[in-house]
Design a binder for this molecule. Sequence first.
Ligand code: MRU
Length: 345
Amino acid sequence: MKVETLRWSHNKLEMIDQRILPTAFEYVSYDSAASVAEGIRSMVVRGAPAIGVAAAYGVALEALRLQSNSIDSFKSGMEIGFTVLAQSRPTAVNLFWALQRMRKVWDSIVAQTPQQVAARLLEEAHEILAEDIRINRAMGAFGAELLADGTRVLTHCNAGALATAGWGTALGVFRSAVEAGKKISVIADETRPFLQGARLTAWEMVQEKIPVTLITDNMAGYLMAQGEVDAVVVGTDRVAANGDVANKIGTYMVAVLAQRHNIPFYVACPLSTIDMNIASGADIPIEERSADEVKGFRDMHWAAEGVKIRNPSFDVTPAELVTGLITEKGVVMQPNKNKLQQLFE
Ligand code: MRU
């Protein structure tokens, strides 16, 4: 099954609306940086690499929208577009990575006409999308080697095709393992409050016919204690220079439990998710989302009215709990600053 999370169609960006999956499967269409930023903020698109690809298209769409303006108004409009996109979500570094890459392309042809700049930026967005799928395939091949035939692997949130341009990071590892002829089965944490595990990971695995069992987040420890989990593979939104890993809220709990039960804890992580400018996880900005997500789901609210609510959307797993980082350049066991630095040499 090919999931086209983002696609270019009739000079617009179309993205699967992940707020309504799996009840409905619909694309939403985007034609400007501001509209793409709103799509990222409202979680039509989510998942670190997918957010990066969307932002790249947001820049290209803005350039196409403004290409008939005077050079000065083109430039000032583009600056606003970059700013609006950068403010859409704070944690996934792929967003800033993609904006930086698009800016570099623009800087290299700044003397060209707006039309030429727009065409080149669109080309770059297409390249970022295609590259993301190639990278996921490479990570998948390395990660699949870590999973023996028969592995029961637990994952948290959705690090699948829906969180990327296709194939996925953690779920890409599962897809690659199956492609290599291994029989594996997946345990999907529900992932409160936004239910990316129940709605998105379960949906992807069912479509793919990879055996999947859904549990609520508080069941992981019980299953591990029963000897029903052989490995954990998750994705990440940002890895600090020392190997600390930010991922969906609840990942830290899973990592602590995995260590307690001697279960390997792997993180699938493209190089674009490693932020060498941030020394440790303590410096990673953690998004706080709306209290409504914790009160209930969609229109159904079950929390007592008036109760104080917290909704940190991500947590940080210290590097010492990470067995290995699965990257497109290979698996980095027991990640630390030196090993991460070598990936960029
Ligand atoms: O809030 P989300 O759904 O954007 O959070 C997504 C995650 O935490 C994923 O695990 C992470 O982005 C890796 S996706 C390959």
